[in-house]
Design a protein around this ligand. Structure first.
Ligand SMILES: [Zn+2]
Length: 367
């Protein structure tokens, strides 16, 4: 609570100061330029915004907790937009550190009236171009070095197909997988550019995975869910709009499940979607879970979380994922094909699976 109050207070103070400075700059020509003080103040606010978001990330163990946090980037951006003119918001965002800016990309894409939106997107894009290049060249170098040491196993075993009888409408956490078997799963897509990158990496390594597509996304990018299927992957649904279904009225939650699955099914044609479902944020209640079962959808949770929504540094994401693979040894691994860092980290995650002799698994609906 203290954090929110001090945040609001400083926004109010900055707003008041902003007005003061405008008057001051118009009338007192002989005075020192006010821009220095104003810049300092904006820098201070940018730091506060960054601290608020970073604190929320630190305090959230799950995406669900992060989404509900007052310091979630979307909430922070809304508060800023409510209290500041858009130029001031832009001045602030231009000064924010890149690490925090990456977390603001998604909420920024929903704001039509921020004039600097394109410039910020470009800044984020430049960051990823550089990061991806650097990360890939380091990976290639490590691979070359590994090849010179004898006995290094690098090829991934062929993806194993695990058939799911969806008439049983089972609920999976580990998917009954043994140690040494991992089903890669990707949520929230398709994304207009990142899903294709993920698909190309998987194609190059001949790995098949399971996608859980958001109904709204499948509807706007049907060619991508079709490509997922054409390239041997399985596609289930992940609700229509990615609401936290445990916090919705029963009817809203049920419609999210039904509409989401119908949208994915329609977008997939002529391919078939699987009667697989995953709860947004993994958040459910007993009654909505029962409803999903009554619709003869198999539910997939996960036991290996990569935290790829949080770990924007690909090296850190790879390190954490390896650690989780070592700890769990097998099961269902969760990633998001909408995250840029995931596209950068995935080749190395596959390298690690190959090195450990882990067999990839794809869930296919038994027909
Ligand atoms: Zn999701």
């Amino acid at each position: 609570m203290t954090q929110i109050n001090s945040f609001h207070l400083s926004l109010a103070a900055a707003l008041a100061m902003g007005i003061g400075l405008t008057l001051f700059s118009e009338k007192n020509w002989a005075q020192p330029t006010p821009s220095a003080a104003s810049d300092r103040d904006i820098a201070k606010m940018a730091q506060e915004v960054s601290d608020t978001i970073q604190k929320a990330l630190k305090e959230s163990a799950t995406l669900d907790e992060f989404r509900a946090h007052t310091g979630h980037p979307e909430n922070v951006l809304h508060r800023l937009m409510d209290t500041q003119p858009s130029e001031a918001v832009c001045n602030l965002l231009e000064q924010i550190d890149t690490e925090t800016l990456l977390h603001l990309e998604e909420p920024l894409s929903h704001e039509s009236d921020i004039p600097c939106s394109a410039a910020l997107t470009q800044k984020i894009q430049n960051h990823w171009t550089m990061t991806a290049k650097r990360h890939e060249s380091q990976r290639k170098l490590r691979q070359r070095l590994a090849r010179t040491s004898p006995g290094t196993k690098k090829e991934l075993p062929k993806t194993e197909v695990v058939e799911i009888d969806t008439s049983k409408a089972e609920v999976f956490y580990r998917g009954n997988l043994k140690d040494g078997q991992i089903a890669l799963t990707f949520d929230d897509g398709p994304h207009p550019s990142r899903t294709r990158v993920i698909l190309d990496i998987l194609k190059e390594r001949n790995v098949q995975v399971t996608f859980f597509s958001k109904g709204q996304q499948a509807k706007s990018l049907p060619e991508l869910v079709q490509a997922e299927s054409r390239e041997g992957h399985s596609v289930g649904s992940h609700s229509m709009n990615h609401k936290d279904l445990s916090r919705q009225k029963a009817l809203t939650a049920q419609n999210e499940v039904i509409d989401g699955h119908a949208a994915v099914t329609a977008a997939m044609k002529p391919f078939e979607s699987a009667a697989f479902f995953r709860f947004p944020y993994g958040a459910k209640t007993t009654s909505i879970q029962e409803f999903v079962k009554s619709k003869k959808l198999s539910t997939f949770f996960w036991n290996i979380d990569t935290l790829d929504w949080k770990l924007t540094n690909p090296a850190e994401l790879v390190r954490y994922t390896k650690q989780q693979i070592d700890k769990n040894k097998g099961g269902i691994l969760l990633m998001h094909d909408i995250q840029h860092q995931t596209t950068v980290a995935l080749p190395e995650v596959l390298d690690y699976m190959a090195e450990k002799g882990i067999t990839p698994v794809v869930f296919i609906q038994k027909r």
